[in-house]
Design a binder for this molecule. Structure first.
Ligand SMILES: Cc1cc2nc3c(=O)[nH]c(=O)nc-3n(C[C@H](O)[C@H](O)[C@H](O)COP(=O)(O)O)c2cc1C
Length: 482
């Protein structure tokens, strides 16, 4: 089912009893802090903040609307109550059938209910939070869609890139090396031009999740979102840049990103998804605002990264794309793929990737690891790839650790690979290396499968057989029901 906007999604989450309304929390650390307190509890509802000090009633913040597996499933049109690996499998099975659905252009939308231009633009009119204690400022863009157009080829990219508020009409925009928005931006600068940009802050969740998916260079996130929704995304054209914006977005801006030689400012630090302030405070490009649009009583969407294991997308959807890629690369008998400490979406960083397979030949496990590391989803900001046998649940960290501890001989079953694609966010990258602009790191492949050549002589596992379990469960049914 496609949701018309963020509001309709919030109503659907309410029906699942998954929304908690909070009144009176302050934009300065209370909203972000409360999120972290909730993140540590068994249930982590969508938090809808209202009556925010200094701001009018009704100007709300919806925080981490899909960071729970149930709400992520709801947003993607999957059954909300499936076990997590099954949810990931269902998503993986949909991926080969992507059928892009172009957005539907409309002339006006709720986004344009309120329009400010020029000197009247003021993004501090919204209750922009300071999310984490060491953040260098207030971040309006965490659950945002950053829209740019390729100056040579004309195609439009949408990505989630963080946006800091420098002042009423100036924002900071951090885009990681290799990301499409950054490549486009640099193309404008190489021509001596500023890069036009439009950014929405709060939109229907499938659109936002599509923006976080690293789809092929040249492909449209709007069309991908249309496929996810099975219905076109309605777009309006930004009058300043001509860029398309989601028509039902809550808030949006238009502006331009000048070449850093013309203007740039210190951005960050910001609490990042690996669980650190890895990028630090650095000079980064800015956005000069020319227009701002918002709905009546706007809802600013917020999805600040929180220290793992909390994920912005509830489960690591990035692992599904890697799973699909392994199948495309003809690596047989993959049983499951999972990611810890990241993996929100393909291309979103996969620092601890686990692949489970049924070994068929010598070298099969290593082939799977190398293929996983080579695809876009597994390549960016990776660190460890662990391959386990099919009796190990890749989503169960205790099982994975047990397999590593008992089936991997570090001297013979680990491989180190150098010079891989990482980012300045990488906390263990030496500061001098970052300063030199060398954002590469190394990878370790951990083959935690029984050694294939002598797997038949590997000791049996000390675990109850399925047959004996079934027999006892039947015979001792009443005891076990207690
Ligand atoms: C909540 C969230 C925040 C993100 N923040 C950033 C960011 O600040 N900068 C960045 O380059 N990528 C960020 N990403 C990752 C990119 O959005 C993601 O890799 C996306 O696929 C990039 O799109 P592109 O390949 O079209 O550039 C974030 C992802 C999520 C889910």
């Amino acid at each position: 089912m496609a949701f018309y906007d963020l509001r309709e999604f919030i109503d659907a989450a309410r029906k699942l009893d998954d929304v908690l309304e909070v009144r009176g929390a302050h934009w300065d650390l209370e909203i972000g802090g409360l999120m972290e307190v909730f993140a540590g509890r068994a249930s982590f509802p969508l938090l809808l903040f209202d009556d925010i000090p200094d701001y009018p009633r009704g100007w709300r913040i919806a925080a981490n609307f899909v960071n729970d597996a149930r709400r992520a499933a709801l947003a993607l049109g999957l059954p909300p109550d499936l076990p997590k690996v099954e949810l990931l499998r269902r998503w993986k099975e949909r991926l080969p059938h992507v059928r892009p659905i172009p957005p539907r252009q409309i002339s006006n939308g709720p986004l344009f209910e309120n329009v400010q231009t020029g000197e009247d633009v003021n993004v501090l009119a919204f209750p922009v939070p300071r999310w984490h204690e060491l953040d260098g400022g207030r971040y309006i863009g965490t659950a945002c869609c950053v829209v740019t157009r390729d100056p040579d080829e004309g195609w439009v990219n949408v990505g989630i890139y963080r946006v800091q508020v420098h002042d009423e009409r100036t924002l900071g925009l951090y885009i990681s090396p290799g990301h499409h928005g950054r490549i486009m931006r640099e193309k404008y600068w190489a021509k001596g031009k500023s890069c036009p940009v439009a950014i929405s802050f709060g939109q229907e969740p499938a659109m936002w999740m599509a923006a976080g998916h690293s789809i092929a260079y040249g492909a449209s996130e709007y069309e991908f979102a249309g496929w996810v929704r099975d219905e076109p995304v309605e777009i309006v054209t930004g009058p300043v840049t001509g860029l398309p914006l989601p028509a039902t977005a809550e808030i949006a801006i238009e502006g331009d990103v000048p070449p850093p030689s013309e203007e740039a400012r210190v951005e960050g630090p910001f609490g990042e998804w690996p669980g650190y302030y890895g990028h630090g405070a650095r000079v980064e490009p800015i956005v000069r605002l020319q227009a701002c649009y918002h709905r009546n009583e706007p809802i600013l969407a917020g999805a600040p990264p929180l220290k793992p294991p909390i994920l912005n997308f509830g489960i690591p959807f990035g692992a599904a794309a890697i799973w699909q890629y392994l199948e495309k690369a003809d690596v047989p008998d993959i049983r499951g793929v999972w990611c810890f400490a990241g993996g929100n979406a393909p291309g979103g960083g996969a620092p601890f990737l686990v692949v489970s397979l049924t070994q068929r030949y010598n070298g099969h496990a290593q082939q799977a690891a190398l293929a996983a590391l080579g695809c876009r989803g597994g390549a960016y900001h990776g660190r460890f790839v662990v391959v386990v046998d099919d009796d190990i649940d890749p989503a169960d960290l205790n099982e994975v650790i047990w397999a590593i501890s008992t089936r991997c001989d570090p001297k013979t079953a680990m491989t180190i690979i150098d010079d891989c694609w990482s980012t300045p966010l990488d906390p263990v990258m030496h500061p001098d290396k970052k300063e030199a602009g060398d954002f590469t790191n190394s990878r370790a492949i951990i083959n935690a499968c029984r050694p294939y050549a002598w797997k038949d002589r590997f000791p049996p596992v000390n675990v109850i057989s399925p047959e004996l379990r079934d027999k006892l469960t039947t015979k001792w049914k009443r005891l076990l029901e207690r």
